[in-house]
Design a protein around this ligand. Structure first.
Ligand SMILES: Nc1nc2c(ncn2[C@@H]2O[C@H](COP(=O)(O)OP(=O)(O)OP(=O)(O)O)[C@@H](O)[C@H]2O)c(=O)[nH]1
Ligand SMILES: [Mg+2]
Ligand SMILES: [Zn+2]
Length: 328
């Protein structure tokens, strides 16, 4: 097993040299558990303890991270992340939680069996846009959809900068489409609500059952979570894929610029509004309203954009407030 087979690249090499660390001590986190991580490196798998200094939600090593291990079996350092998915930690605390790191391709899955929801796709795409990874939307269970072409067209309107495919890995509709995005050195991750088929896709791409899937095929789109942790698997054709549990509550975390990636159409229009702080409600010279009037943008997509920007602004304010208090 070489580090390159695990996705190690120039950025990681540089970080190791800067820190004066040995390549032999470097490994990739394949699973994060309470207080410890399971890593894979040149010497195979091992378990390392997370020291107190690395326990905060935003600094703790997470699945996909590159770390340096100490001789005493602890994580000594986490290498800078090329990309990272950050969400607002569930619960009341205003805290960013890094859920996966160094992902190049994020497959955003939505089921065509009743789970279909454009607003949720926009939310996931904002999370991905903020991460720095490239998003690919996969509409799963395509064999069960009577209106597949319509759904594809709708999904494309909310994902203007992503590829969109309708697939079915169980009933064989373009099951290999995702493979075009994979390959040596590339790390992918599957994201989406519980039951959309993330683990099923991972198993298909792996060519064997590595992840548990929900065997109950009754019509219960919002069933219990089957996957309970994020885990990285090495793909037979090279590269890696991270399976994740469906997130029950997905609050995005980021800065306003992340919306330029997930809403390039709205952002482009908004930049042309007469007032810089236009709220696109009733202001004169509003290009966003004009586009809605022309039928080029839906009212729902604008509402979703406004919602997410307010959410992001609120987390930004909370973050700044926290920093200010810390500095006092
Ligand atoms: N027909 C069909 N069924 C699918 C497809 N993908 C997944 N399923 C079924 O959907 C159910 C849920 O799939 P999982 O892979 O466990 O879903 P998941 O997204 O991993 O769910 P969590 O782990 O709970 O987040 C299983 O019964 C699968 O067999 C598909 O493309 N076609
Ligand atoms: Mg799963
Ligand atoms: Zn406007």
């Amino acid at each position: 097993m070489t580090l390159e087979e695990l996705g190690f690249g120039e950025a990681e090499q540089l970080a190791l040299e800067r820190g004066g660390w040995a390549r032999a001590d470097c490994a990739r986190v394949i699973r994060a558990e309470r207080g410890q991580v399971v890593v894979l490196g040149e010497q195979g798998e091992k378990m390392l303890v997370i020291p107190g200094s690395l326990k905060g939600a935003d600094v703790a090593p997470t699945t996909g991270d590159w770390i340096v291990g100490s001789p005493r079996g602890a994580v000594e350092a986490v290498l800078p992340r090329r990309t990272r998915f950050v969400r607002r930690a569930a619960g009341l605390r205003t805290e960013a939680q890094v859920v996966a790191a160094n992902v190049d391709i994020a497959f955003v899955l939505t089921g065509l069996d009743g789970d279909f929801n454009l607003r949720r796709i926009e939310r996931y795409l904002t999370l991905v846009g903020e991460s720095g990874a490239k998003a690919v939307v996969l509409l799963t269970k395509a064999a069960q959809a009577e209106d597949r072409e319509l759904r594809l067209a709708q999904a494309r309107t909310v994902a203007p900068s992503a590829d969109v495919h309708a697939i079915d890995v169980v009933d064989g509709i373009e099951p290999d489409a995702p493979r075009a995005y994979l390959g040596p050195g590339i790390t992918a991750a599957v994201l989406g609500s519980s039951g959309v088929g993330k683990s099923t896709l991972v198993n298909y791409l792996m060519g064997q059952t590595v992840a548990k899937t929900n065997e109950v095929r009754e019509h219960d789109d919002r069933g219990k979570h089957t996957t309970s942790r994020r885990e990285l698997f090495l793909l037979p054709g090279g590269g890696a894929i991270i399976d994740t549990p469906g997130m029950r509550e997905l609050s995005v975390w980021g800065d306003a610029a992340s919306l330029d990636v997930s809403f390039p159409d709205v952002a482009r229009l908004a930049a042309c509004c007469r007032f810089r702080d236009c709220r696109h409600v009733r202001e004169p010279g509003c290009e966003v309203r004009a586009a809605i009037a022309r039928g080029e943008l839906t009212e729902e997509r604008l509402a979703s954009y406004v919602n997410l920007s307010e959410e992001i602004a609120a987390t930004e304010r909370a973050r700044l407030e926290k920093e200010r208090r810390r500095r006092r």
